[in-house]
Ligand binder design. Structure first.
Ligand code: PMP
Length: 344
């Protein structure tokens, strides 16, 4: 058994996955009496189960992302992939995981759901990567480390060479969440999964690609880990409608929208920094800004009264006094600044 196999839960290592009749059949049948579906297409034409391996969509994603399909998992949002790595690697009540703090809340919720101890590792000064603290908190039951770059909610991306050094030294699986990488000049480390057997990179079509309502998340990893994810996932985790609509959406590229969002981010960064009640706007490589203000709860309410909802992060460790504001359209950002102007 190699060192990655040894990290996998024993019951998952030996799992026989659910197999559909269509997986097992050979030839090219054209009458499908195997899956107890309705033979009638109805109004929408979704009477048949979707392709459990999402072959057509995955081939498109493979071309887009420059990695073989055997290194790609598609999930019901990247939230599905977060839950799956816990289920694959962590024995409930026994193993533990590490995550930088502050970071995306689902790492800890998914840990709780799976009865896995999550050990937060506070980011260093300026939201820097706490490399030595990570190793100090790991023990022989630590299976996972969650990193997020650019990080939610701090907005900063970490140095790629620092992340890769961590991946090389860490004795468990490193899950690098790149949900916001499309907005960052630092780009993606997904190609590193071909060399690093303990690296899982997460991305999503929910942010830059504008498909949050469709629920399509991506994971990149070694063929061995991707095979485990495919075995453990629900067989039909992406609906037929999702697969078709995602394919259609990928006929256009998000580049122009990304450029506009990055432009608006820099505009908001400057404008927000000028208000007297703003103590700090943190530099961002993502599509949001973390803003430290004098009275976060008060300002949150004022914005809500004005019809704008932002994320109040002021009770999150390391973010006291902070609101997280997503970059909107130019008109939405104008409204935000108008309200702030009259609040000042
Ligand atoms: N990772 C991060 C860092 C996020 O902020 C989010 C969503 N807010 C997700 C993952 C989940 O994205 P998805 O819509 O793909 O489930």
């Amino acid at each position: 058994m190699n060192s990655i196999e040894a990290l996998v839960r024993p019951n998952i290592r030996t799992l026989s996955p659910y197999s559909t009749a269509r997986d097992e059949a050979k030839g090219t049948p054209d009458i499908f009496l195997d899956a107890n579906e309705s033979p009638y297409p109805g109004l929408l034409g979704y009477n048949r189960y979707p392709d459990p391996r999402q072959k057509v969509l995955k081939a498109r994603v493979s071309a887009l992302k420059g990695l073989p399909t055997e290194n790609i998992f598609l999930g019901n949002g990247s939230d599905e992939a977060i839950d799956l790595v816990y289920r694959i690697f962590c024995t409930p009540g026994r193993d533990n995981a590490l995550a930088i703090e502050p970071s995306y809340g689902m790492y800890s919720v998914a840990a709780d759901i799976n009865d896995v101890e999550l050990r937060p590792v506070p980011l260093g000064a300026g939201f820097s990567l706490p490399v030595e603290e990570i190793f100090a908190k790991a023990d022989d039951r630590t299976k996972l480390l969650f990193l997020c770059s650019p990080n939610n909610p701090s907005g900063n991306a970490f140095e790629p060479s620092q992340i890769l050094e961590l991946v090389r030294r860490f004795p468990g699986i490193v899950v690098l969440d790149e949900a916001y990488a499309d907005f960052s000049a630092r780009g993606s480390l997904r190609a590193a999964v071909l060399e690093q057997p303990n690296l899982v990179v997460l991305q999503t079509f929910s942010k830059a690609y504008g498909m949050a309502g469709l629920r399509v998340g991506l994971a990149f990893a070694s063929a061995y880990i991707i095979d485990l994810m495919n075995r453990v996932k629900y067989p039909y985790n992406l609906s037929q409608a999702t697969q078709e609509l995602a394919l259609k959406a990928l006929e256009t590229t998000p580049e122009a929208n990304i450029r506009e969002i990055v432009f608006q981010r820099e505009r908001l960064f400057k404008a927000l920094s000028s208000f007297s009640f703003v103590r700090k706007v943190y530099p961002s490589d993502a599509n949001f800004l973390l803003v430290k203000v004098d009275k976060a709860d008060d300002l949150y309410e004022v914005l809500l009264q004005g019809g704008i909802i932002v994320r109040n992060r002021s009770r999150v460790p390391g973010c006291s006094g902070c609101l997280r504001i997503t970059v909107g359209t130019p008109a939405e950002n104008d409204r935000l600044l108008q309200i702030l102007q009259s609040y000042a």
